[in-house]
Design a protein around this ligand. Structure first.
Ligand SMILES: [Zn+2]
Length: 181
């Protein structure tokens, strides 16, 4: 995985870039949860679920299909006062879905561990993209404070934080331009 904080950074940047300015605190909490919850599958290790198992780390819970379920839950919690299937509901649903799906997709750009079950539950194959520039993050906090952790941080800054920052800057410029029209 890229580290949890980088997955959360993607959620914050996407919210800053695309959500309305006056969106509630609940929205931010749900957005961050959508982007980091797939990694809760690491707890499977404590219960003896092997890495390669369908419910193991980077298995079903890292798939866009699980992202779909997660985003339905998130949008149901968030838009209790909005008509289901209204255009506003759909926009938030797509936003939460893309965030939840971004987790497994970003992980598939990492250079270590097992691949990601991107097509689970329909196909258990673990996938990486052909290009894997993101240094894989160690599982566990201790290993993170090491040379490896530093390499992870540098590669995440380059491949996740920088593009996220550029996305926010571009969106801010475009919003400023549009609001002056
Ligand atoms: Zn992950």
């Amino acid at each position: 995985m890229p580290s949890l904080i980088s997955h959360a950074a993607v959620a914050v940047a996407a919210g800053a870039a695309f959500a309305p300015r006056d969106v509630s605190g609940q929205f931010w909490i749900l957005a961050v949860l959508c982007s980091i919850l797939p990694d809760a599958d690491v707890f499977g290790f404590f219960f003896g679920i092997p890495y390669h198992h369908v419910f193991g780390h980077r298995g079903f819970f890292h798939s866009p299909f699980f992202g779909l379920l997660l985003s339905i839950l998130a949008v149901s919690i968030f838009s209790r006062n909005t008509d289901v299937f209204s255009s506003r509901w759909f926009l938030y649903f797509i936003f939460f879905f893309l965030l939840a799906a971004s987790h497994g997709i970003l992980d598939a750009f990492t250079n270590g561990g097992l691949g990601i079950a991107l097509l689970s539950p329909f196909d258990p194959t673990r996938y990486f993209f052909p290009w894997t520039p993101i240094e894989v993050s160690p599982i566990g906090v201790k290993a993170f404070f090491s040379k490896w952790g530093l390499a992870v941080m540098m590669s995440e800054l380059q491949w996740i934080w920088l593009p996220s920052f550029i996305m926010v800057v571009l969106s801010t410029l475009i919003r400023g331009f549009v609001s002056r029209q």
